[in-house]
Write a protein that binds this ligand. Structure first.
Ligand code: IMP
Ligand code: MG
Length: 186
């Protein structure tokens, strides 16, 4: 695999900026959900870094769950429009206030499918907290209650977001130069 520095065209959001904004989001959620039975549902795998940092900034008792959804595989850079739920939650949400924790909203198809599935289970409330919003790319309207950053139309990686499943560990969000990126086994 390549060193990410070979194809990083710019750092879009630094580690400090990410952590500062996540602290603010945590404070907002803490205010909004006081006294409510809160459940954060992380969408794997991209949402995991965000969940772990966000939950530590929420000063309320709450529980967490994980769901895995895939809309595109290695080598693809766009949603197909059909999301496949490959891991479902194990908690009855009918007495919970649910926040979906997602890394990025692009076309909106992925989160839309998750919203449909979960709203059928009648949670007390259901909101979305997305770290990144690629707003110009939206094809289906989704209500975002909490947004970290609105970003331009570029393919980004790091902080949970992958390039063909790698580089999720980086603590910042980078923009990839697709001319310099060499996919490994595809
Ligand atoms: P959507 O269904 O088009 O909204 O796609 C959302 C999913 O695509 C996200 O959960 C990410 O996993 C992935 N995705 C979209 N844009 C990017 C990107 O720029 N970098 C990495 N993953 C992305
Ligand atoms: Mg994702």
């Amino acid at each position: 695999m390549q060193d990410y520095r070979e194809f990083l065209s710019e750092t879009l959001i630094s580690e400090e900026q990410l952590q500062e904004r996540i602290t603010q989001l945590g404070a907002e959620i803490t205010r909004d959900y006081k006294g409510k039975k809160l459940l954060l549902i992380c969408i794997l795998r991209g949402g995991v870094n965000f969940l772990v940092d966000l939950m530590r900034q929420i000063d309320l008792p709450h529980s967490i769950e994980f769901m895995a959804v895939s809309t595109y595989g290695v080598g693809r850079r766009e949603s197909t429009g059909r999301a496949r739920i490959s891991l479902d939650i194990d908690t009855d949400i009918s007495d919970r206030h649910v926040i979906l924790v997602e890394d990025i909203i692009d076309s909106g198809f992925t989160i839309h499918s998750v919203l449909e599935l979960l709203s059928a289970r009648k949670p007390l409330s259901l909101e979305i907290c997305a770290l990144l919003d690629k707003a110009v790319r939206r094809e289906i309207d989704v209500p975002l209650r909490y947004t970290g950053f609105v970003i331009p139309n570029a393919f980004v990686f790091g902080y949970g977001l992958d390039m063909d499943e790698y580089y999720r560990n980086l603590p910042f969000i980078g923009v990839v130069d697709l001319d310099k990126y060499k996919p490994d086994n595809i």
